[in-house]
Write a protein that binds this ligand. Structure first.
Ligand code: ADP
Ligand code: MG
Length: 414
């Protein structure tokens, strides 16, 4: 069923609670409390490492950090959430090394490391976290954790970082310190999104635009369906898809697939078909890895970038309902061409559409995680109920379904 409790409404109370927990954990007063949100990507999937377009929005779900500076060069972190282990992790700033700590503390430690690597005057700090962002659901709890840490340190040490710079440093922390090869979308969403908007981001030049996305005003609801599964396949498949995209770009003589315009797609596909070594659509062309061939991944990336542009055009024209079919077409492309969906995601999308949703797609990397569903406000509960029933009938774990209200990016609360 739809969880209609609003995580935003009780933000103030949560800030007080987080500050109180900080006092219990560290026995001192926090200087302030900061928040950064989780996100869903509305459209633009697997385009970020092709220099393409993405369009995330911030969720009302946030990670809060209460923090105070320290003068002894020590970073202490504590989390009240399932992502953490309940212990205080204590790290010396001058001893931080990439991948020196495999646990959750690597995310905040990576932020301190990345800021110092950039030559910024960051000292020690005590941090306590409290989060409502589902962990590991493809809603980017990791970027929320990184960005709230970066914002707290930015404020505590008067660094004056722009939101874009903060996002890039957070990405560097995740890439180089934690060791996860993520793109720039998640951190940018957590840092830069604004209430009532989706964020259009061009991952080549990092230019961005806030696109009005007034769901409530239009009588619409965007649902997130967290399938609560994560299939093992994920990591290897991500590397394989990335490699195929690079092969496609090389074969077409472009730096990244973003340069292939939609109007030139048929021609590009013909060219790939004519190049035996880059055709890649037969099983023999991707030894050992399986997955889609070069032509299929090129088709996905080029059409997906086009769908992002189409969604923006529809939203700018005030035709919010018209984005529904574009979302569903995006799902088909991820399922059939890019081959990163799974039974649970397909079931969520098919059931939602059959139950009257305007459109639906998997969101995030795939092989589990979450789907987004655009529905009429009046029919949204029915859509959610049908999806829950279908999961039960198929013997899947019950999904977690909640509304994605386009919310604010990172900010100081207290
Ligand atoms: P996602 O970003 O999709 O939620 P990731 O695997 O990228 O999933 O990041 C999840 C990891 O981030 C967790 O395993 C944990 O290490 C860390 N994490 C996220 N939020 C918190 C939190 N509130 N407290 C402690 N660790 C967290
Ligand atoms: Mg993550």
């Amino acid at each position: 069923m739809t969880d209609t409790s609003s995580p935003a409404a009780d933000q103030e109370q949560r800030a007080r609670h987080t500050a109180a927990r900080f006092r219990e954990v560290y026995g001192t007063e926090p200087t302030g409390v900061w928040a950064a949100p989780g996100r869903v990507n509305l459209i633009g999937e697997h385009t970020d490492y092709n220099d393409g377009f993405v369009m995330p929005l911030a969720l009302p779900h946030t990670t809060l950090a209460a923090a105070a500076p320290r003068t002894d060069g020590v970073l202490r972190v504590h989390s009240g959430d399932s992502g953490g282990d309940g212990q205080i992790a204590e790290l010396r700033l001058d001893a931080l090394r990439p991948a020196s700590d495999g646990g959750w503390a690597g995310y905040p430690a990576g932020i301190a490391w990345a800021l110092r690597e950039a030559g910024l005057p960051v000292g020690g700090a005590d941090l306590h976290y409290d989060s409502t962002v589902p962990v590991g659901a493809g809603l980017s709890s990791s970027a929320a954790l990184e960005v709230v840490t970066a914002l707290a340190l930015d404020d505590l040490y008067g660094l004056g970082l722009t939101r874009q710079r903060l996002a890039r440093l957070a990405q560097r922390a995740e890439n180089a310190f934690v060791g996860v090869p993520c793109g720039i979308m998640d951190q940018t969403a957590a840092a830069c999104c604004t209430e009532g908007h989706a964020l259009f981001l061009d991952t080549r030049d990092l230019s961005q635009r806030q696109v009005p996305f007034d769901l409530a005003g239009e009588g619409l609801r965007l649902l997130v369906v967290d399938t609560r599964v994560k299939h093992e396949l994920g990591d290897g498949a991500y590397a394989q898809r990335r490699a195929m995209c690079e092969r496609g770009a090389r074969a077409l003589g472009v730096r990244a697939l973003r340069e292939v315009r939609y109007a030139h797609l048929p021609e590009a596909l013909d060219r790939l078909a004519a190049q035996g070594d880059a055709r890649g659509d037969g099983p023999g062309d991707t030894p050992g890895a399986g997955g889609p061939g070069v032509r299929a991944v090129v088709r996905h990336v080029v059409t997906e970038n086009r769908r992002v542009e189409d969604v923006i055009a529809r939203l700018d024209a005030g035709e919010t309902r018209a984005i529904g079919p574009l979302l569903t077409a995006g799902h088909a492309s991820l399922r059939d061409d890019f081959q990163v969906s799974c039974a649970e995601l397909d079931l969520a999308v098919e059931t939602a559409c059959a139950a009257g949703a305007l459109g639906a797609r998997m969101t995030g990397g795939g092989f589990g995680g979450s789907a987004v569903v655009l529905a009429e406000e009046a029919g949204a509960d029915t859509v959610a109920a049908r999806v829950t029933e279908a999961f039960a009938a198929a013997g899947h774990t019950a999904p977690r379904i909640f509304p994605a209200v386009p919310s604010a990016g990172a900010r100081r609360l207290v």
